[in-house]
Write a protein that binds this ligand. Structure first.
Ligand SMILES: Nc1ncnc2c1ncn2[C@@H]1O[C@H](COP(=O)(O)OP(=O)(O)OP(=O)(O)O)[C@@H](O)[C@H]1O
Length: 375
């Protein structure tokens, strides 16, 4: 077959995106196609640098183009910075807001305190960063900020003359802004509602995030005014809701899901933390709380359960030593769950993005059933 643009593009239509159910040519991923004799090169412009199937895409493209007679095929992986929520939600940001440079803002929330929301935020962020994405964390847990401790940050961010703030670059190149960088962490922050609301708006719009692929917002626990301020002022692409399997946490988790549903922020998935305990002596799994709660809530609300994180000394230890478990103990069971949950998050966001309005009610997604097109 002749090695020309038409034949190459037509053959590349065999490469399907399993999440978006379209081929890479239809999705306009193939760009800058060049043919010089039997040498072919092109860019593959993906929706995110953290695309978990980027290498598979690349391998498939090379195999296909070589089967047409090319002797050398160079595929360069790039990513677009298309923002989710360029529709109504982006309109919430004032013109001079720096949040516009962030491609996807994701809320990490819990109805109840102490369920491990900050631990999940820190590890998801690190997992995304290790997958090649540019990541930031906005620690909006004004009354109990913990990102400073979780990443071992002991410096304050730079504040410029125009009152904008530069985030602190932490381990994994993650950009972080946390209330703990401004308040004396030994003293409880006793602020009134309007002051908290102002501070949060300042954090959302006047931090110089730069170009980020994902900004994870660690919400304060609960479903009150602060949480509403956050969802109403920040163009959220989706939310991850964290719970433990305990009844009391599950009840509050549903309030969290309902809150996001009410404000039109799609729930990406539920992370059940402390799902079971792994004995560090014998390695056996023990259910401390009754099992299956997260799954039941997920089914009831039609959102996926994207991870069941075990209770592991490695996770607790990392929370105290300032390095997320995903980085410090990459072979731990928790690290694997966090990496998998981050992948599911990325894939779900790309589906939300392709759906247009970014809001999917009763989203039902079976990750195990993803069609994988083999060449
Ligand atoms: N899977 C886990 N295994 C072991 N320890 C954990 C796990 N998840 C969280 N922890 C520990 O539980 C404590 C509470 O976690 P974390 O601070 O993440 O909760 P939170 O929901 O963000 O709390 P808050 O409501 O105060 O913001 C921390 O000491 C953390 O290290």
């Amino acid at each position: 077959m002749q090695l020309n643009e038409q034949n190459i593009l037509s053959a590349l239509r065999a490469v399907q995106d399993p999440d978006l159910h379209k081929n890479i040519v239809e999705l306009n991923f193939v760009q800058n196609l060049k043919i010089e004799g039997t040498k072919v090169s092109f860019d593959l412009k993906l929706t995110t640098p953290a695309c978990p199937i980027r290498d598979r895409f690349k391998d498939q493209c090379i195999t296909i183009v070589k089967s047409l007679g090319a002797t050398e095929v160079e595929v360069t992986l790039t990513s677009s910075q298309g923002r989710v929520g360029d529709d109504n939600s982006a309109a919430k940001a004032p013109q001079n807001s720096h949040i516009g440079e962030v491609a996807h803002v994701v809320a990490v929330a819990s109805g109840k305190g102490g369920v491990g929301k900050s631990t999940v935020t820190a590890n998801l962020a690190m997992a995304l960063s290790l997958s090649g994405a540019r990541v930031g964390i906005l620690d909006a847990d004004i009354y109990g900020p913990s990102m400073g401790l979780m990443f071992g940050i002991d410096k304050a961010p730079e504040v410029f003359e125009d009152n904008t703030i530069a985030p602190v670059e932490a381990k994994g190149g993650i950009s972080i802004v946390s209330m703990c960088m401004f308040a004396d962490s030994d003293k409880a922050t006793i602020w009134r509602g309007p002051m908290v609301s102002q501070m949060i708006q300042h954090f959302i719009h006047h931090v110089r995030w730069g170009k980020l692929d994902y900004l994870l917002v660690d919400f304060p626990p609960g479903t009150g005014d602060i949480q509403l301020t956050l969802t109403q002022n920040c163009p959220m692409a989706g939310a991850v809701v964290v719970t433990t399997p305990q009844q009391v946490a599950l009840a509050d988790c549903q309030k969290g899901i309902a809150m996001f549903d009410n404000v039109g922020v799609p729930v990406i998935g539920i992370v059940e933390n402390m799902s079971y305990f792994i004995c560090d002596e014998c390695g056996k799994h023990h259910n401390i709380f009754p099992a299956g709660g997260g799954q039941k809530i997920a089914e009831k609300w039609g959102v996926p359960l994207i991870g069941k994180v075990p209770m592991e000394p490695a996770v607790a230890d990392c929370g105290d030593c300032g390095t997320p478990a995903v980085l410090r103990y990459p072979n731990s069971e928790s690290a694997k769950v966090f990496m998998d949950a981050a992948e599911k998050m990325v894939r779900t966001l790309s589906v939300f993005e392709s759906e247009g309005d970014g809001v999917l009610k009763n989203f039902n997604y079976d990750f195990e059933q993803l069609p994988v097109e083999e060449v």
